[in-house]
Each structure stands twice: as structure tokens, then as C-alpha cells.
Design a protein. Structure first.
Length: 281
């Protein structure tokens, strides 16, 4: 069962608990996603806690007038870590969650001993990856208030909302490609992804709309050189969203980063490198 803490009057949900004698890994999910996925990837020597961002899973959406930023997501994760009373942790972020993992390490260095970034796109201004029409639409909203942007994005996303969160249509929102075919033949992986996406859309499109707005319009809330923790970058060779060029960019700006490029995998299947992701880096 998920648990929750209160942060500024909001419920912040999380999944999992520390276990005596095990290193604690904090999992930061993709967009769309939920911290629930992290529980599916545990191993004998680690305990995993996955944190839901606002509007996803067990976490309240941000109140009216407030952005759900990279920085606020990192601060929510730090509040969960403090509540659990176990530091330092390894922060693992998949896709959009990698930004949160890096922000957590930069903004709360005492809480993080290592970071693992899995298939996280670089800032679009540095390595373009958002389709031009979508990017132009987002940039046209600069200067608008959070509520206006959230409403516009929710309306635009309505056509993309999957009727079945366990369908191929839903997996397409995670940049599913033919490079993921072999991995998705794994019944357990498909089931776990389905559970994650079901939780992701349990509040409708609120989480995804707030994520897209808060992760592209406001500042991310940290500088690259403030990430002092050891960082492992894991990228798939055939990832259509965040290929090796993104990993190379991150390696160039982070002070203490090692890059691993995985042959023949895509944006979803790269997460099967979890064993490497949770080992000490």
C-alpha cells in the first residue's frame, strides 16, 4: 500500500519502506509515471522507495497558481527521505525523473550519496528533442500563469489520453519503439509498466500536464556543477527520445559522471539495466 506525508498542506505519496541493513534507493519516475514502478525492480541488497510527483498516483496535484517544477519535485523527495530517517540515499531517475534525481543531489547534497540517470533528455535548448510544433506551442505560453498553462496543456493532451493504461497506446507515451520489442515480451515487465501507467492516470491528465509545464517553462532550480555526488548515466543506443548524445551532453556538464551506453535498447527497455542502476557507483 502507498503511504504519504504532508508537504505544505499537500499529500506526497510514496511506495515502499527502508529495510534494516539495506541501502536505500529513491526512485523518481518518468512522465507519465508513478513511484510504484520502483518496487518492481528491487534486489537483495537494496530497499527502494518510489515517490509520486504531483497529480500522479497518491500525490495531490499542485494547488491553483503553483508550478510543479523540477525543484519542487526534488524537495518533495527530500521531505520523504527526511521522514523515513535514512540518509544518504542513491537517487535513481528514469527519463523525466532523472532531472529530479539530479536536482535532489544538488539541492540536498547531505541526503544523496550517488545518482543514477537513466535515459533522461538533456535540456531541449542544448540537445533538441521536443518536436518543433510542440516546442513552439510551449514557448508561446511563456509569461502565462500556471493555471492557464495547465488548462491549455490538459486540453491539448486530451486526445492523447489512453483509454486503457495497459495498452500499446499508453506505452507510446513512454517513447516505445521497436527497440523495446524483446523487453516487452517479458510478461512481468509489461504488467509492471501497466500498473505504473494505471497509477499515473488515476487522477486523469493532471500529473502529465503539470509535469510538462513545470519541467519546460520554469528554471529547473539547480546548476549542473552543484551535483557533487557520483553519477552514473545509462542511455540506450536505439532510444528515439534520449539517445547517447544526451548522455554525452550530461557527462560533459556534470562534475563526476560516468556514461554507459547500452547496445540495442530503447527508451523503455533501457530500464532493464536496473541491476547496474542500483549497484554502488
Amino acid at each position: 500500500m502507498p503511504e504519504a506525508i504532508q508537504v505544505d498542506g499537500r499529500r506526497v505519496g510514496f511506495h515502499g519502506q527502508p529495510t534494516d541493513g539495506r541501502r536505500l534507493v529513491v526512485f523518481l519516475h518518468p512522465a507519465p509515471g508513478s513511484g510504484l514502478f520502483g518496487l518492481a525492480t528491487g534486489s537483495a541488497d537494496v530497499a527502494i522507495v518510489g515517490v509520486d510527483r504531483p497529480g500522479y498516483g497518491w500525490s495531490d496535484r499542485m494547488p491553483d497558481g503553483r508550478w510543479a517544477t523540477v525543484a519542487s519535485a526534488a524537495d518533495d523527495a527530500a521531505a520523504v527521505v527526511r521522514a523515513l530517517g535514512v540518509t544518504p540515499v542513491t537517487a535513481v531517475g528514469w527519463s523525466a525523473g532523472g532531472r529530479v534525481a539530479l536536482a535532489l543531489a544538488a539541492r540536498h547534497p547531505e541526503a544523496v550519496e550517488a545518482v543514477v540517470v537513466v535515459a533522461t533528455p538533456a535540456p531541449h535548448e542544448e540537445v533538441p528533442w521536443i518536436p518543433a510544433p510542440q516546442y513552439e506551442s510551449l514557448m508561446s505560453m511563456r509569461g502565462d500563469g500556471a493555471d492557464v498553462v495547465h488548462a491549455r496543456l490538459a486540453a491539448q493532451l486530451q486526445a492523447m489520453a489512453p483509454a486503457d493504461p495497459r495498452s500499446e497506446e499508453a506505452l507510446a507515451l513512454l517513447a516505445r519503439s521497436s527497440a523495446d520489442d524483446d523487453a516487452l515480451n517479458d510478461v512481468l515487465l509489461r504488467a509492471r509498466l501497466g500498473e505504473m501507467l494505471e497509477a499515473a492516470f488515476s487522477q486523469g491528465l493532471a500529473g502529465l500536464a503539470q509535469d510538462i509545464a513545470g519541467f519546460t517553462l520554469p528554471h529547473w532550480g539547480f546548476e549542473w556543477d552543484a551535483v557533487g555526488a557520483r553519477t552514473l548515466l545509462i542511455f540506450g543506443e536505439n532510444d528515439p527520445l534520449a539517445g547517447p548524445e544526451h548522455g554525452e551532453w550530461w557527462q560533459g556538464v556534470l562534475p563526476n559522471a560516468e556514461l554507459t551506453t547500452v547496445t540495442g535498447v530503447g527508451h523503455i527497455s533501457v530500464i532493464r539495466e536496473w541491476a547496474a542502476a542500483v549497484r554502488p557507483v
